[in-house]
Write a protein that binds this ligand. Sequence first.
Ligand SMILES: Cc1cc2nc3c(=O)[nH]c(=O)nc-3n(C[C@H](O)[C@H](O)[C@H](O)COP(=O)(O)OP(=O)(O)OC[C@H]3O[C@@H](n4cnc5c(N)ncnc54)[C@H](O)[C@@H]3O)c2cc1C
Length: 442
Amino acid sequence: MSTATLPDDLLLRERFGDIKPPLEPQAAVIEANRCLNCFDAPCTGACPTHIDVPGFIKRISTGNLRGSALRILDANILGASCAKACPVEVLCEGACVMHRYNHAPIQIARLQRYAMDSFEATGEELLTAPRGSRNVQVACIGGGPASLACAAELCRHGASATILERKDLLGGLNTYGVAEYKLRAADSLREAEMIRRMGVEFRTGAAIDTAEALEELESEFDFLFVGVGLGAMQRMNIPGEDQKGVLNALEFIASYKTGRLRELAGTVVVVGAGNTAIDAANAARRLGAETVYLLYRRGERDMSAFDFEYEHAKQEGVQFLWRRQPFAVRANERGRLLLDTVQVSEVDKALLPIPDSHYTIECDYVIPAIGQSPFAQLVQELRRIELRGGIIVTDPETGQTGNSRYFAGGDCANGGREVVDAVADGKRAARAILKIAEAAYA
Ligand SMILES: Cc1cc2nc3c(=O)[nH]c(=O)nc-3n(C[C@H](O)[C@H](O)[C@H](O)COP(=O)(O)OP(=O)(O)OC[C@H]3O[C@@H](n4cnc5c(N)ncnc54)[C@H](O)[C@@H]3O)c2cc1C
């Protein structure tokens, strides 16, 4: 069965044009030739999947685009999506030695995209060992970057890997969450399709939610990799938050990315100040909202969003309301929302309301984006896997949990980081499983 796809949505393309457009061939070669090919490659060290950055860039400069792409894919099977989604400012490009000489860093992400785009255009398949040539069967629960990377690595080495995904589409947050101007849902699905063609089996609409479902997997497979990500958005826990017009940030983002929501008019208030809040605010602006406020209970310096995401949101026209906390949502007779807020001050880390500072914002939508809750509870209850704060505890070297048949990686095990961390986790677990299997069958 092939992976489901989404129709090419021209309106979406227009509204969410590439934030980092592709390089033209000549520009790519010029940029590749700027790379100093450092012997200690701090860029490679800063990449959780340790892509050989100087190596793939060198191949671009000599016109060997296939070799360049294969170099990237060797380390990171989601090299195409990582080229677009990675916060490179704090990873490879942030570590580039050019900073030391007051020069702009090498545009590593755009070069990576250039190599990956050209590889994809050739339609070449990746070589894998024949499925089943290693006698080990692995179930990967969840179809996001962690499981895709784990399954692909297993498959490359001849193990059988099957992904069980609750939703209809593969890719996890690459498909449903990452802002469209960085990574299109359609591109994420194309990448998943490449992994399917490598020999990974996909079972979609397959939620593993019960003891029976897990037991079935345990009898069918030798090992289980848990890559279920994080769960639903946290609630604000204030009166009126179930009003029509209060939109869960993840569902809001997924709706526009899959073409179900195409327009948003009026005034929008996003609550929170992490990267998801910024993504939701920017998306609201691009979908047509005239005024978008981002409301945060602490100050500018306390935001968890990356600085470059904050700067981007300002450019999109998002307005920031600092040290303000919502305490109720109401609706007026015209059907608009009234978000009651109060100014707060921080005393010994506690946030205290300032008397007489109530302020009601009349708006059309409220989008809470105050973090996701872990939902690994199920796994712990059923198989006594240790959790800490809802996050699955794993061996940092292997990703193995306290239950030796279970491995875990990605957001459900690292607490919520980036796509590239999930890929690194999935690859690491696959390699550990292959090692155990090799020892067992030697
Ligand atoms: C709004 C948003 C924007 C982001 N933007 C970026 C960005 O720009 N760049 C970046 O690098 N990172 C970004 N991230 C973080 C990144 O998306 C995650 O770190 C990454 O997707 C984690 O991968 P994962 O495989 O662990 O989990 P996920 O991507 O969450 O995938 C988990 C999958 O498991 C499935 N699943 C869950 N439970 C079950 C079950 N019981 N049975 C079967 N399937 C199940 C889910 O449906 C999902 O498909 C963003 C995150 C969010 C929320």
